[in-house]
Design a protein around this ligand. Structure first.
Ligand code: HEM
Ligand SMILES: *[C@@H]1O[C@H](CO)[C@@H](O)[C@H](O)[C@H]1NC(C)=O
Ligand SMILES: *[C@@H]1O[C@H](CO)[C@@H](O)[C@H](O)[C@H]1NC(C)=O
Ligand SMILES: *[C@@H]1O[C@H](CO)[C@@H](O)[C@H](O)[C@H]1NC(C)=O
Ligand SMILES: *[C@@H]1O[C@H](CO)[C@@H](O)[C@H](O)[C@H]1NC(C)=O
Ligand SMILES: CC(=O)N[C@H]1CO[C@H](CO)[C@@H](O)[C@@H]1O
Length: 333
């Protein structure tokens, strides 16, 4: 009897020891149920108002969230503002194009939540929740998100380079970057379907539309000719006006649908990195699959974005709940 009891005790101790070491297991869907019961309601209200007033918000938040998770994990490190002592992530060269709407929607949600349940909800959870709600608001799938992320203590501009894909990288380089985050080729393609919304600045694809072959002022022949001509007109003044941008998905720019993949099949992929996926044998079958069946893409996108959204999250004392999303609580850095 005593022996039996002892065995059960050590078994349960074993489970106690084994499971909590997986940080992710501490995230739960109802994390704020007792401490901030209106959390999801407030997120939804603010997000709806903001998206209706500024339809560019959904794409802005999604890109911001992805960038946050790829550098230091999903810990709101991308939201920290630089100061005299620290050049933060968001001021790295690649982040200069991160749009203000993404930051602003998080700030608004944080302000509303601090009135209702001060010091409870992390900025990292706000960004994860807002992104999920915005994706579904523009036509994408709604998926469960687990909460309990803490905000990180580190945000360095120099940590960004090499962790995020650039449109001028080769497909192999991009595949390796995703692989370094344990994201395989299928997950990479499914995630990049995010380019079904939002836009890109002309300089991100100007080399494809002006002087492509260096010997004459032509465009990348993998573009659909009418599309290339349109882009050349749109971006004619881009060096004088660096804000000039084009929709990532020229057919249904504001809708989260599988048009991005159908576009790639027709030479309507905006970035060189987009078009490369339609040509390369490692990715083309997936482009064709997702172009043919949006349901399958949604399933794969949900799997992949859920994986991204728990990437390297901080829990317990490895992070804090920031009072404001753009500054560490302890201002000494
Ligand atoms: C495959 C590698 C990827 C490359 C090379 C890439 C590159 C880019 C570039 C250059 C832009 C335009 C930025 C600008 O000019 O403002 C952009 C926009 C965007 N990217 Fe990606 N991206 C990649 C994957 C992803 C992934 C995985 C996601 C999300 C899951 C994502 C979400 C977005 C969104 C939503 C926009 C539009 C932002 C807006 O309209 O404000 N991208 N991307
Ligand atoms: C891509 O462009 C960036 C910035 O324009 C440049 O610094 C980098 O060297 C380029 N990378 C490749 C692989 O060509
Ligand atoms: C393309 O090349 C021509 C001459 O080779 C030059 O005059 C022109 O400025 C170039 N255009 C761009 C956008 O670089
Ligand atoms: C480019 O600039 C010229 C002269 O400043 C102007 O006439 C033209 O409308 C501009 N084009 C675009 C697409 O903004
Ligand atoms: C898409 O795939 C789903 C799941 O495999 C299947 O049930 C559905 O019939 C497919 N739809 C089309 C249009 O092929
Ligand atoms: C959105 C955002 O914070 N953008 C910043 C990017 O970097 C420039 C230059 O450092 C800042 O002025 C922007 O505020």
């Amino acid at each position: 009897m005593a022996f039996h009891f002892h065995l059960i005790l050590s078994l349960s101790l074993l489970t106690l020891v084994v499971f909590p070491s997986k940080t992710q297991s501490r995230l739960t869907q109802n994390y704020y149920q007792k401490t901030c019961p209106d959390f999801e309601k407030i997120v939804q209200q603010v997000v709806t108002d903001k998206q209706l007033a500024s339809p560019t918000t959904a794409a802005a938040a999604l890109r911001l969230f992805f960038h946050d998770c790829m550098v230091e994990g999903c810990d709101a490190s991308v939201l920290i503002a630089s100061n005299a002592f620290n050049k933060a992530e968001r001021d790295s060269d690649i982040n200069l194009s991160l749009p203000g709407d993404g930051f602003e929607v998080v700030t608004r949600i944080k302000t509303a939540l601090e009135l209702q349940c001060p010091g409870i909800v992390s900025c990292a959870d706000i960004l994860a929740a807002a992104t999920r709600n915005l994706i579904s608001m523009v036509g994408g799938p709604y998926y469960p998100v687990r909460f309990g992320r803490k905000d990180g203590f580190v945000s360095k501009a120099e940590a960004v380079d090499g962790n995020l894909a650039r449109s001028n990288m080769s497909l192999s380089q991009i595949i390796n970057l995703f692989a370094a985050r344990k994201l395989n080729i299928k997950e990479m393609v499914a995630l990049t379907g995010a380019h079904t919304i939002g836009f890109s600045h002309c300089k991100e694809f100007s080399n494809r539309i002006f002087n492509f072959s260096k010997t004459s002022d032509d465009y990348d022949p993998s573009y659909n000719p009418k599309y290339a001509e349109g882009l050349r007109r749109l971006c004619a003044n881009y060096t004088k006006d660096p804000q000039m941008s084009a929709y990532n998905d020229v057919i249904t720019p504001g809708k989260f649908d599988n048009m991005y993949f159908k576009n790639l099949q027709k030479g309507l992929g905006l970035l060189a990195s987009d078009q490369a996926m339609a040509v390369d044998g490692r990715t083309r079958p997936l482009i064709d699959l997702y172009a043919a069946n949006q349901t399958i893409w949604f399933q794969d996108f949900v799997h992949a974005i859920q994986k991204v959204s728990v990437h390297n999250v901080k829990t317990g004392r490895k992070g804090e709940v920031r009072r404001r999303c753009d500054a560490f609580n302890n201002l000494k850095t």
